[in-house]
Write a protein that binds this ligand. Structure first.
Ligand SMILES: *Cc1c(COP(=O)(O)O)cnc(C)c1O
Length: 656
């Protein structure tokens, strides 16, 4: 049976699209009428202002209709693309806040250095903008261009009967006020029995102030979002059951299934800063950060704004566009050994392409990789196990042919003799050495002094290329990744994770003479429908621009603080904490973990207990022993202290 929803609103632009499962009714309680004198006031009011805010499409349209001399147009701040797209097309300098509502537009203009905004809108809608401006110490001025007046002609019969109304929605603060004024007893009866959906914080607070108890905040002011906010959220347990019916193991990447830690996955409803909120309403401190990309935390305003802005120009062209050039320049600028770069969509694609290029350039067949290092899931790399495959008990994956595997030589990380041995096995036929300079995919293992330099020397002596897989470490351990940190000059390097700013993007690059062997200049083929995708490039570029030296200094300081506290707390126990910059792992191992053999000797059962206990305490750590976790710039010193305290207590409690 359909549920019924009554939508109270104050303008006549009511949507009439059906929403399945719902009977919708709209009651228009008021009308917006233009204030004609406002046009004359505008020019005078702009004189001492440095920007304009408008938070409704109607107010934005009013500004366009005024047809202001372009010289007088100040930067225009709006909340949402619906409001922003028309003034953008009319030639205004529009800045779009990432989340709807006057508050986020106000915060955005403040973050961009504006101090004297003019708010243009309906007389009743300045509330949240005024509050935010007061908090931020802005000099706000308000020009009312509309007034919303209640419909005095509303007959009582225009209101749906109480017993036919399951849910209600209010689409403006004035809708709340008008209903309360026009039909006080009806309003009181509704308030005592109904759940209401609202789409903005101003309406939320207006309703809250009336004493209305059950209010849901929708993500956007459309009927689908409003009805979605009224539905019962499905718990993680049920979602996982649904997922298992149509997705192998219920997940799209194996580690997410939590099988290594004897648990079941949660489903994320939303993420902000250093926190995840699950659909079960649980708040978690996030130490996974999407496995690396969220180095500034979730929902970074600069990144979100860049994506929204880019989306306004289209999402994929299969042709050249500006952001791909800018991002490529930025990658080359920060990593001087990257003379040319090619963008792809995943780390797997980057490493696979770099390997093909190394073989194509050198004319050699074999290559060396290290046990425990992970380079994505292309066939040639799934020969010794990486993190996912390893903990799932498959030393190599079925489906990889013996012919492919025989050209992959396996060496031991931190053991140069094993690399020499590999070169000896295939004399003059090794195209490259592939390495995670600071492995994070077998837990965090720092390279032994001289090891990476030794690889460089062995490659030079044997006519092989050194390929650094910096998909995890690139832009994390510093602006020039691990290569910068250890003063190493690779021939090729691969990047991913951070450079997409949370969208699918990766890259490989290096020496010009090698990169120029790629098609269309050279014969080594490589291509991608979504390569250089404008949204992903915009996100990556915005993120890189926020990654200042100060951010890396802060991350290092947080890392030092964490390491000091944890190391002191676990002293004398069979536990080991290892860290480089903002990457770290707590190993269930007695003594240093320097080789893959040490990693294999860890107590995985104890780690499983530790993971589950930490989750109960509100920490989301990687659900496997053989992974690094990440500190982000959104973590506070208090978050670090909380992690250190809980980590020490729960690790000791989890020991076998
Ligand atoms: C994550 C990762 C990859 C694979 O990247 P995907 O985008 O998951 O394909 C490759 N190498 C390293 C070092 C990684 O950490």
């Amino acid at each position: 049976m359909n549920k019924s929803l009554t939508v109270f609103r104050t303008s006549t632009t009511a949507e009439r699209l059906p929403v399945s499962g719902w009977d919708l009714r709209t009651v228009v309680l008021g009308m917006q009428t233009p204030i004609p004198e406002a046009v004359h006031d505008l020019v005078a009011r702009l004189v001492d202002r440095d920007c304009v805010i408008a938070t409704s499409p109607r107010a934005a349209q009013w500004l366009i209709d005024v047809d202001l001399d372009p010289a007088l147009r100040l930067p225009l701040f709006v909340a949402g693309t619906t409001t922003g797209s028309r003034p953008l097309n009319a030639g205004w300098d529009v800045r779009i806040a990432s989340t709807p509502g006057g508050e986020s537009a106000t915060r955005l203009l403040h973050s961009q250095g504006f101090r004297k905004p003019l708010f243009v809108g309906a007389r009743e809608t300045a509330g949240t903008v005024e509050e935010a401006a007061a908090q931020l110490g802005l000099d706000l001025s308000h020009l009312a261009v509309y007034a919303t007046v209640p419909r005095r002609d509303l007959p009582a019969s225009g209101l749906p009967r109480l017993e036919e109304t399951d849910f209600v929605a209010f689409l403006a603060p004035s809708a709340v006020r008008f209903l309360k004024e026009l039909a006080p007893s009806y309003f009181a009866a509704l308030a005592s029995k109904s759940t209401a959906a609202v789409a903005g914080s101003a309406t939320f607070h207006a309703l809250r102030r009336t004493g209305w108890r059950h209010i849901r905040l929708a993500s956007a002011p459309d009927l689908v979002s409003l009805t979605l906010s009224l539905g019962d959220p499905m718990p993680s347990k049920d979602l996982f059951a649904r997922a298992q019916a149509v997705i192998p193991g219920g997940v799209h990447s194996p580690v997410r299934a939590f099988r290594n830690v004897g648990s079941e996955p949660f489903y994320v409803e939303s993420a902000r800063g250093a926190h995840l909120k699950t659909v079960d309403g649980i708040d978690l401190l996030d130490w996974v950060g999407s496995w690396g990309p969220m180095i500034l935390g979730h929902g970074n305003p600069a990144v979100a704004e860049a994506v929204i802005r880019a989306l306004g120009s289209g999402s994929s062209f299969g042709a050249c566009s500006v952001p791909e050039v800018e991002l490529s320049e930025e990658i080359c600028k920060r990593n001087p050994w990257v003379e040319k770069v090619r963008l792809v969509s995943s780390g797997t694609e980057a490493t696979m392409s770099a390997l093909r290029l190394a073989r194509g350039f050198t004319g050699k067949t074999a290559f060396v990789k290290f046990r425990g290092c992970y380079h994505g899931h292309a066939d040639s790399f799934l020969v010794a196990a990486g993190s996912g495959a390893l903990t799932h008990g498959h030393p190599s994956s079925p489906g990889v042919t013996p012919d492919t595997a025989k050209d992959t030589l396996i060496a031991e990380f931190n053991d140069l003799y094993s690399v020499e041995a590999a070169f000896a096995i295939r004399k003059n036929d090794v195209a490259c050495v592939f390495v995670e300079p600071v492995p994070g995919n077998m837990g965090l293992i720092p390279p032994a002094p001289g090891f990476l330099e030794g690889l460089r020397r062995l490659c030079d002596e044997n006519g092989a290329l050194l390929v650094l897989d910096e998909v995890m470490t690139g832009f994390r351990l510093g602006p020039a990744g691990a290569a910068g940190l250890f003063d190493l000059r690779p021939d090729l390097a691969t990047y991913g994770k951070i450079i997409g700013g949370g969208l699918p993007l990766a890259a490989f690059g290096g020496r010009r003479d090698i990169m120029d062997r790629l098609s269309p200049l050279g014969p080594v083929y490589q291509a991608g429908t979504l390569s250089g995708n404008p949204l992903a490039c915009a996100a990556g570029l915005a993120l890189l621009r926020e990654l200042t030296p100060a951010v890396y200094q802060r991350l290092e300081a947080l890392g030092v603080r964490l390491e000091a506290a944890v190391t002191a707390g676990i002293a004398g126990r069979p536990l080991r904490f290892q860290r480089v910059g903002s990457m770290a792992t707590l190993f269930f191992h007695d003594g240093p973990v320097t080789t893959f053999a040490d990693v294999e000797a860890c107590d995985k059962e104890a780690f499983g207990r530790f993971f589950r206990r930490m989750l109960d305490k509100g920490h989301f750590l990687p659900p496997a022993q053989f992974e690094a976790f990440f500190v982000s710039d959104a973590h506070t010193a208090a978050d670090i202290d909380r992690l250190a305290r809980d980590m020490v207590v729960e690790a000791i409690a989890s020991l076998g």
